[in-house]
Design a protein around this ligand. Structure first.
Ligand SMILES: [Fe+2]
Length: 379
C-alpha cells in the first residue's frame, strides 16, 4: 500500500470544528468559530484590524465542506455565501497552543559589577539616523536592561528626541520630565546631595514607568558616583541561596507610597517580578518610598529577613557597577529591572545636573517589533 504525500487526507468535519493532517503527519483540530473569525477576509489591509464581527452571525459557524485545494484549506459555511481559504503554511503556525512568536521576547543576560566597560554604547546621532542601530539599541535594553547613549545634544529637546525614538513619553506625578540637582526645599531624596540607595523609580504608581532616561548635562562635583545593579542577576542568585525568601518576595505584594501636599500615590507591588515564563523579569524596590509593611506581624518574622538579605545582595560589589557619569551621556535602563542609586556628593564643589524622563516597556517592545518584523497584515 502506498503512503500518500502529506498533507493528503481531506479534513474531517466534526460537530464544532474540523481535523486536518498537517506537515508533521498528525491530525490537528481547529474550532469553527476560530476558523471563521480568522478568515483572511476578516481583516482590512488598510486598518490592519479585524473588520469581521462574529457577534453578528445568526448561528454558530458550521462548515458544509472543507477540502485541500493546492496549498490551501478551503471551507464553505452553512448559511453564508462565503468561502474561507487558509494557506496551509499559515495554519501550521497555529497547530500548537501558545502565544504567537514575539521577537521582543528575548532571553535576558544577567550582568555583574564588572560590566561597565562592556555596557552597550550608542551615539545619539546614529540612533536618530539609522533604524538598524535603533533596533540594536532596543535589543540591548531587552537583553541587558542597560545601555548608554553618547554624544547627546546639550538641550532639553535632545532628551525628548532620544526618548521618543523608543516610544511616547510616559508622564508620572513629577510630570513629563524631572530635573535632578540640589533643591533648596527638596520633595525627593534625589533632589538633595545625600546618598541615594539603590531603587527603582516611582514604585507608588500603579504601573511604574518602564524605561528610564537619565541625561547627564553637567557633572563636576566631588563624589556623586552612579550605582547600578542588575535585579535579574541578583534575584536569580537569591533564588538559589534562599528559595523560601524568593517565594515571599515574588508572591507577596507590599505597599509603596509617595505623598506631598497635592498628591498621595499608593500601590502594592511584589519586590521580585516574574514574566510569563516564570523567569525573573524585574524588581520593584525603594527604601525611601516603602510604606509601613502592613503584612501579618508573624509573617514579617520571615518577610523582613528575606527582604533585608535581598537588599544587601543588591549592594554587594559582586553586582554593583560604580562609575561617574559624564556630561553628554544618557543612561537608558529598564526601570523594572535595573536598580540605580548615587553616592553622596559635595553640593558646593561643582555643578551636577541630570534631566530624566520615561517611556513604557510596552512602547519599547512595540517599536522593536515594528523595526525588526514584517507584520501580518501588510497589503
Ligand atoms: Fe531614581
Amino acid at each position: 500500500m502506498n503512503v500518500m504525500t502529506l498533507p493528503a487526507s481531506s479534513p474531517t468535519l466534526k460537530a464544532k470544528g474540523l481535523e486536518i493532517v498537517l506537515s508533521d503527519g498528525l491530525p490537528h483540530y481547529f474550532n469553527y468559530y476560530w476558523l471563521r473569525d480568522n478568515c483572511p477576509t476578516s481583516f482590512s489591509s488598510a486598518t490592519r484590524e479585524r473588520s469581521f464581527d462574529i457577534f453578528h452571525l445568526d448561528a454558530a459557524p458550521l462548515a458544509t465542506a472543507a477540502e485541500i485545494v493546492g496549498d490551501a484549506l478551503e471551507i464553505t459555511w452553512v448559511g453564508e455565501d462565503h468561502v474561507t481559504r487558509f494557506p496551509l503554511g499559515w495554519l501550521e503556525q497555529y497547530k500548537s497552543v501558545g502565544p504567537r512568536l514575539d521577537p521582543a521576547d528575548k532571553a535576558r543576560m544577567p550582568w555583574f559589577g564588572d560590566h561597565y566597560p562592556d555596557v552597550p554604547r550608542f551615539s545619539q546621532p546614529d540612533l536618530v539616523r539609522d533604524p538598524a542601530i535603533r533596533a540594536q539599541w532596543i535589543e540591548a535594553l531587552l537583553v541587558e536592561g542597560f545601555a548608554i547613549v553618547t554624544d547627546m545634544p546639550d538641550s532639553d529637546e535632545g532628551l525628548t528626541q532620544t526618548a521618543t525614538l523608543l516610544g511616547h513619553i510616559r508622564p508620572t506625578f513629577f510630570g513629563h520630565y524631572f530635573d535632578v540637582r540640589t533643591h533648596i526645599n527638596p520633595t525627593n531624596t534625589a533632589y538633595t546631595a545625600a546618598a541615594l540607595e539603590l531603587h527603582t523609580d516611582t514604585p507608588a504608581e500603579e504601573h511604574a514607568p518602564g524605561v528610564q532616561f537619565l541625561h547627564c548635562r553637567a557633572n563636576t562635583v566631588q563624589g556623586g558616583y552612579s550605582l547600578y545593579s542588575d535585579g535579574v542577576a541578583v534575584a536569580n542568585d537569591f533564588k538559589k541561596l534562599d528559595p523560601e525568601g524568593f517565594k515571599l518576595l515574588s508572591e507577596i505584594s507590599i505597599p509603596f507610597y509617595c505623598e506631598h501636599d497635592d498628591y498621595d500615590m499608593r500601590s502594592r507591588q511584589t519586590v521580585i517580578e516574574l514574566d510569563q515564563h516564570g523567569e525573573v523579569s524585574g524588581l520593584t524596590i525603594s527604601q525611601h518610598m516603602l510604606d509601613f509593611l502592613d503584612l501579618d506581624q508573624a509573617l514579617l518574622d520571615d518577610y523582613y529577613p528575606a527582604f533585608c538579605r535581598f537588599g544587601k545582595m543588591l549592594q554587594d560589589k559582586k553586582y554593583m557597577m560604580t562609575f561617574l557619569m559624564k556630561a553628554g551621556e544618557c543612561m537608558v535602563f529598564d526601570n523594572h529591572r535595573i536598580v540605580h542609586g548615587r553616592a553622596a556628593y559635595v553640593a558646593e564643589s561643582g555643578d551636577r545636573y541630570l534631566r530624566g524622563t520615561y517611556v513604557d516597556r510596552a512602547e519599547m517592545r512595540s517599536t522593536y517589533r515594528a523595526l525588526v518584523a514584517e507584520g501580518r497584515f501588510k497589503a
